[in-house]
Design a protein around this ligand. Sequence first.
Ligand SMILES: Nc1ncnc2c1ncn2[C@@H]1O[C@H](COP(=O)(O)OP(=O)(O)O)[C@@H](O)[C@H]1O
Ligand SMILES: Cc1cn([C@H]2C[C@H](O)[C@@H](COP(=O)(O)OP(=O)(O)O)O2)c(=O)[nH]c1=O
Length: 209
Amino acid sequence: MGSKKGCFIVFEGIDGSGKSTQISLLQEHIQEHSINCMTTMEPSNGPIGTLLRQFLSGRIKGEETTLTALFAADRLDHLNNPVNGICKLLDDGIAVLSDRYVFSNYAYQSVSVPLEWIMKCNEMANEIVRPDCHIFIDVSPETAMERVTRGRHQTDIYETKERLTDVRDRYLDLIHRMEDVENIIIVDGNRSPQEISDDIWAKVCHYFV
Ligand SMILES: Nc1ncnc2c1ncn2[C@@H]1O[C@H](COP(=O)(O)OP(=O)(O)O)[C@@H](O)[C@H]1O
Ligand SMILES: Cc1cn([C@H]2C[C@H](O)[C@@H](COP(=O)(O)OP(=O)(O)O)O2)c(=O)[nH]c1=O
């Protein structure tokens, strides 16, 4: 579906793994080569993403199948919305860096919802666009928790050491199982932001130079 022209790179990892930090650094690298590059995230800034953030903060309660379906629906809106959707940006030749995509749904929601059903919910998104590459930033749950709680009074519903430990294990298992189908790079996130960024650039620069 669609005629993708821009490069689509997705960052994955547990909360606090350093995704947004690395997305900004990669965007700078890409723009240094005079390539138009936009960053985006899931949950998106659209109506379903805004609703999801209220569930994530605990302000409203919902059960996990509802959240699973909402994450998948938000993803379709994030892809297809005609104003600033990922497909529109890629079709315009813009490189897109997204903080999370389908693997987040698989890893986070499969803790309590059958993975097969989550994959079905994401079939349409995978048909619309598969990332050129997924970058998984791997950090220990201890490091992640230390980072997400630093200077914050409140945490989101998934930001517990137990949940992040389970989610990280699920990510690693899924990456292993899907290495023939998806292009996935695992990056050690327990280094300085600059070292990680240099490593990522060395692995993805071939898309841009
Ligand atoms: N490599 C790193 N080493 C130490 N702290 C980091 C590193 N990368 C990010 N941080 C810090 O950890 C916190 C979470 O990083 P962030 O990039 O927002 O992660 P995420 O988007 O995955 O939640 C921020 O305070 C950030 O400044
Ligand atoms: C996109 C997506 C996110 N999530 C969760 C992961 C995070 O806990 C939260 C996103 O919150 P966010 O504040 O963006 O966290 P982070 O800094 O780690 O990216 O939503 C899912 O559980 N399933 C999904 O499909």
